[in-house]
Design a protein around this ligand. Structure first.
Ligand code: ADP
Length: 290
């Protein structure tokens, strides 16, 4: 394995047709309000292992909130999120006693539970995904390498020597071998975002979440970051990507979901949704972008 290998290869070939059970991410009836404003109505999503879901839609429609709920940065008000791993991980083994939601390789967090989700199940869910932010969100007073080590060493408590070797290999892979001791302000936006991506990969997540990963970049830096994300998709990483780059979404996504007003208005094959949308709201949105 190179450090960039996703947790498991996507299953292709005879006799390995993905079954429903190959879903890595399953979201059912996810709801979220801020005060009296309902932001997510009832979101259902399924992403199979090795697949890429692109979320498109107008500003304020709830796309970022979906990602933040998946990553545990927001706590949903209702619904369930399940993330399945091929093998139970350390967090889960430690958390399993007395918590049936953590008993298998699937972690399910039920936000509608009377007592709310347990801290353990939320922590376990959080550990399975990693987010790449629009504004990179690097620690400004830490070097590139320290930024990458923080999560795996401090939060996941993995051995520092092992994580450092992995982090250096990942940074070299994205062309940043000579920037490991630089601070974020010394880097271009494109370089900062590549650090953001390496930081997510170093967490060894099942699921990568991208929140408009190129919308803060100068136009000439967008291509490099999109190419890196596309490479990760080809390598079999499972991803959910919020993006306004429709051409990129068409190339990289297995499925596109159009989000409007806190609901998924339609979803399907990228070409179908972009070229021949079923819903009038999707048509209007796409028309405004052209
Ligand atoms: P998108 O990513 O599609 O632009 P968001 O998920 O960021 O949409 O936001 C959806 C709605 O939720 C917006 O109306 C936004 O103003 C609101 N919202 C998001 N976060 C908060 C928050 N922390 N407090 C109050 N309202 C919020």
């Amino acid at each position: 394995d190179t450090p960039l290998d996703p947790p498991t290869e996507p299953q292709h070939g005879e006799g390995t047709e993905p079954a429903a059970s190959a879903a890595l991410l399953t979201v059912r009836g996810l709801r979220k309000s801020f005060g009296s404003t309902s932001v997510l109505e009832s979101i259902d999503l399924t992403v199979a292992r090795g697949q890429v879901l692109a979320l498109i839609g107008p500003s304020g429609s709830g796309k970022t909130t979906i990602l933040r709920c998946l990553n545990g940065l927001e706590t949903a008000d209702g619904g369930t999120i399940t993330i399945t791993a091929e093998v139970a991980d350390a967090t889960q083994v430690a958390a399993t006693p007395g918590d049936p939601s953590l008993a298998g390789t699937a972690i399910t967090v039920d936000f509608g539970a009377v007592k709310g989700p347990s801290d353990k199940s939320l922590a376990a869910l959080r550990d399975r995904s990693a987010m790449v932010f629009q504004n990179y969100n690097l620690f400004p007073h830490k070097t590139v390498l320290e930024n990458v080590l923080e999560g795996p060493v401090v939060v996941q408590r993995r051995p520092k020597a092992e994580v450092t070797a992995e982090a250096l290999a990942l940074l070299a892979r994205v062309g940043l071998a000579d920037k490991t001791d630089a601070f974020p302000f010394e880097l271009s936006g494109g370089q900062q975002q590549r650090v953001g991506i390496v930081r997510a990969l170093a967490l060894r997540p099942q699921l990568l979440l991208f929140d408009e990963p190129t919308s803060s970049l100068d136009p000439e830096l967008v291509g490099d970051v999109l190419r890196l994300i596309k490479e990760l998709a080809i390598e079999g990483w499972t991803m959910v990507i919020v993006t306004h780059e429709l051409e990129f979404a068409r190339e990289v996504a297995s499925e596109i979901a159009f989000v409007d007003g806190g609901t998924i208005v339609e979803h399907g094959d990228p070409r179908q949704v972009l070229r021949n949308p079923r819903e009038e709201r999707t048509r209007q949105f796409l028309h405004r972008l052209l």
